[in-house]
Design a binder for this molecule. Structure first.
Ligand code: GRF
Length: 203
């Protein structure tokens, strides 16, 4: 069983898609053992609790400095003994110690086709605003491994989504979620749970 720790900041629809895919057997060999949010009001926490999954809030606001937050966050992850950490709409920069310790065991979902519309400042609606401003006709989502950079790790899966003439950022965000994110995030977890990337992981 792949033990998965999911980190969230908001609504948690990607978390929901993963939980649903596990329940329906689309994702096998996988157990979500812990959900961690940096935001105590994240609806994702409620989604986890509804499923009986341990859910914790670790917020930088509750610590005097970044080092203390980083230590508490890393400890909360470590306690879950995860084989895989999934960043599902997680808006906090990971502690460098965590990236080193779990290298090859952390994935992120990004709502664009990397290397377009990614990197610093590209999160949430801003990604879709930028895609519309540039006038691209195709966008999509990417699941990638996490390294020290922002959206720079090896790409695992991508799925393209059409941009329609009258799209608003909100409409495009919704389509990218429905057609790409909620599909490829569970798919990536299922691949890893069933052996993908074993050779590139060192623990
Ligand atoms: C998604 O668009 C994800 O790609 C991005 O943040 C959003 C999270 O949405 N990184 P949700 O919390 O999963 O609903």
């Amino acid at each position: 069983m792949l033990r998965v720790c999911v980190c969230v900041s908001g609504g948690g629809t990607n978390l929901q898609a993963l939980m649903d895919a596990i329940d329906s057997g689309i994702v096998t060999n996988t157990q979500i053992v812990r959900v961690i949010s940096n935001n105590k009001n994240a609806y994702a926490l409620q989604r986890a609790e509804n499923k009986g999954i341990d859910a914790f809030t670790i917020s930088p606001k509750d610590y005097d400095n970044r080092d203390l937050f980083n230590a508490a966050f890393l400890q909360c992850v470590d306690e879950a003994k995860p084989d895989l950490i999934v960043l599902a709409g997680f808006l906090v920069v990971l502690p460098p110690q965590m990236i080193q310790k779990y290298e090859g065991h952390i994935i992120n979902i990004h709502p664009a086709l990397i290397p377009s519309f990614c990197g610093k400042g590209y999160y949430g609606l801003r990604v879709h605003e930028a895609a519309l401003a540039r006038g691209v006709k195709i966008t999509g989502a990417t699941v990638h491994y996490v390294d020290e950079g922002t959206d720079t790790g090896p790409i695992l899966l991508q799925k393209a989504v059409e941009v329609l003439p009258d799209d608003t950022p909100q409409a495009l965000q919704k389509r990218v979620m429905e057609q790409a994110e909620w599909v490829i995030l569970p798919q990536a977890v299922n691949m890893i749970a069933n052996g993908y990337g074993k050779d590139m992981r060192n623990r």
